[in-house]
Design a protein around this ligand. Structure first.
Ligand code: NAD
Length: 321
């Protein structure tokens, strides 16, 4: 009997799809049931995985595992060396959450530019006249945005910025420059050299050794005075301490942040100290629609892996297939 583990909450659509297969065993685990997870993995065919880190020992203990179905597109919570060593494919949800994250990036950009949370707080506190006097918001119109990473999400962020009348520069050294210019955007071959030209920088790269702390004290100092930063990629792409200092000094006007170096962040997180930071709890892919789509893709990837016909386009380590 095939067995699928679902760790943490997913949309009921995943259960419906898996249960459409006769004899399917579905094991659900709560977020903190780590010890049971290792036991259940021993004979599972698939695990639908949200945020939990899967280490090498977890993966090596899973003798029957045919897929790790990531409920997202980042897979930095999985020991990929162990998955490769054990021949286990890791499947993501492809572009199921791309538009969702792109919309969040635009929301953070707008909320930061318009000081949304500060104004909301002031209206509720009866500080109507005071906040109007102090209003210090900016427009996106005719500003230059630097989109860093032109993959599934960056590609959707760029035209949305253009629709707001922004000039769009794109930096992605791993794709042909023509893809960027053909899409109507300015190619920025060098990330560091592009920084002084941008009013807004929005991050859409994966997290890896090259991108960890790509936004740091040095790169922040190269940004324009009054630049706005948005990060919906992965927390460690930005050095939070350095960003906090740049916000304190006023060099950076505001930041919109969905992802943190430590998740959940502790109350001591340096970004909490700033009114001009718009913070969201890693909800880039958590609209109702996206949660539903993601569940279906994970369930389908599980069924396909059990049937030996996993769609390669979802697999991030296809060499193991
Ligand atoms: P993707 O793999 O489709 O695109 C990433 C792009 O970044 C690629 O085109 C790659 O060439 C480019 N890139 C890699 N290194 C770069 C560098 N040093 N400089 C510039 N570009 C570089 O990924 P995606 O689906 O677009 O996701 C982008 C990021 O968003 C990932 O970090 C992912 O984990 C994150 N994400 C966050 C959420 C959320 O809830 N906030 C949801 C989904 C994805």
């Amino acid at each position: 009997m095939p067995k699928v583990i679902i760790h943490d909450a997913v949309d009921p659509a995943a259960f419906d799809l898996l249960n459409s297969r006769a004899g399917m065993e579905i094991v659900t685990l709560e977020r903190d049931e780590r010890a049971r997870l290792r036991r259940e993995m021993a004979d599972a065919d698939s695990i639908i995985l949200r945020y939990l880190p899967l280490d090498g020992d977890d993966i090596r203990a899973a003798r029957n595992l045919k897929v790790i179905a990531r409920h997202g597109v980042g897979y930095d919570n999985i020991d990929m060396a162990a998955a490769n060593e054990c021949g286990i494919p890791v499947a993501t949800i492809g572009d199921a959450n791309s538009v969702t994250v792109a919309e969040l990036a635009l929301y953070l950009m707008l909320a930061a530019a318009k000081q949304g949370p500060e104004h909301d707080k002031a209206v509720r506190a009866g500080e109507w006249w005071q906040i109007r006097e102090e209003a210090n918001t900016v427009e996106l119109y005719e500003k230059t945005v630097l989109v860093v990473g032109f993959g599934r999400i960056g590609k959707l962020v760029a035209p949305r910025c253009q629709a707001f009348g922004m000039k769009v520069m794109v930096c992605d050294p791993y794709i042909p420059q023509k893809l960027i210019s053909d899409a109507g955007f300015t190619h920025a071959p060098d990330f560091v050299a592009a920084l002084p030209q941008a009013d807004i920088i929005t991050m859409h790269t994966p997290l890896n050794d090259e991108t960890r702390h790509m936004i740091n004290a040095d790169t922040l100092s190269r940004m324009k005075q009054g630049a706005l930063l948005v990060n919906t990629s992965r927390g460690p792409v930005v050095d939070g301490q350095a960003l906090s200092q740049a916000l304190s000094s006023g060099h950076i006007y505001a930041a919109g942040i969905d992802v943190f170096e430590e998740e959940p962040p502790t109350p001591a997180n340096p970004l909490f100290a700033h009114n001009n930071t718009i913070l969201t709890p890693h909800v880039g892919g958590l609209t109702r629609e996206c949660f539903h789509r993601s569940a279906i893709v994970c369930a389908q990837n599980s069924l396909d892996a059990i049937d030996g016909k996993l769609d390669k386009s979802f697999v991030v380590n296809p060499e193991v297939l």
